[in-house]
Ligand binder design. Sequence first.
Ligand code: SAM
Length: 344
Amino acid sequence: MDHQSVPLPLGFSQCTKEKDDFKRLLCEINTLKEAGEIVTSYPPRTFKPYTAHHWTILKLIFLKMYVRDVYTPIIGRRYPFMVFIDPFAGTGLNTYKEAKIYIPGSTLIAWFFATFPFDKVYAIGYEDIDYRVLKLRLERYIPPSKLWIAKGDANILIDQITKDIREMKEKFGGAHFLAFIDPECFEAQWQMIEKLIELENYGISGDFIILLQSRLIARTIGRIRSGEKIDTKIIDLFFGTKEWTFLIDLPSGELEKGIMDFYLERLKELKSRALIEVISIELFRAIHYHLIYLTRKTKRKSPYLATVRWLKDFVENAEKRYVDRAIRVALGMEKMIDDYLRKQ
Ligand SMILES: C[S@@+](CC[C@H](N)C(=O)[O-])C[C@H]1O[C@@H](n2cnc3c(N)ncnc32)[C@H](O)[C@@H]1O
């Protein structure tokens, strides 16, 4: 199928001009919804969207803003080859348990909202049907020469991706990647992260946005503590070591933080000059997940950081004060009565 040019000017968003945080958040969600409407036109929307909880929109808002406002404007100018890696690409379309609105999958968000276009996009679909619809959706918008898509286990296919990026770097004289690691829980094995970071040995750096499901992981570890028999091999593979078992003895209240600290320590050991920011996605005071942003310190003051911290503050503060309401309004569950509602 021929790809289509995107019918809306999605790359540059008017939302960046909105000064009011609540309206800005609404605007970011609404442009995602507009993009979702475009994606649902083919294949039809009833065709296997990935169904998530409403708070997962936040990871996609972060991805959208980072790609649009930070990553592609900087990297697109500096590197001859810029790629997006999406090992857990899902089905290319998301919908929500709480309301039937549609948001493009992460691969299409990166593609649509890039200020400078990616030179190549790598995406993996896991199961037969997911892969089929993902492929249809991505091929609709991304030209074949810029799309690498495969079906199967990201932990295995990562070797093909890193090999291809190394070849692209040789061909174009430089390459840089953004990897969005978005598993449901334990699926992103440590060796996969390691292989991406080891591209540095070939002169290829990358930024990472990693979703750490600290709460779900804590739940599993809690079950082990209470004596349930669980095959711990997936946890060994997830952390890339058996040393995680000390977490079993942590008091429940410290477990989520313990998991996060241990994972961050492992990342710092692996990536030289690691620069890390953690964005906590919480609604109603319960942490639902953490987004780990990982990049490399540069000699110059990192141009990324100010903007990423701003995004972090925006998402975290917006979240505490506004996010639930903004999402509800965007989902059509509540009407916006502007300032009146916000002051309540
Ligand atoms: C949270 S969803 C991804 C959503 C997607 N990133 C988005 O935002 O649109 C995680 C996806 O990874 C898939 N998955 C699970 N295990 C996988 C594996 N080993 N390799 C690749 N994908 C996997 C799941 O089937 C699911 O579709």
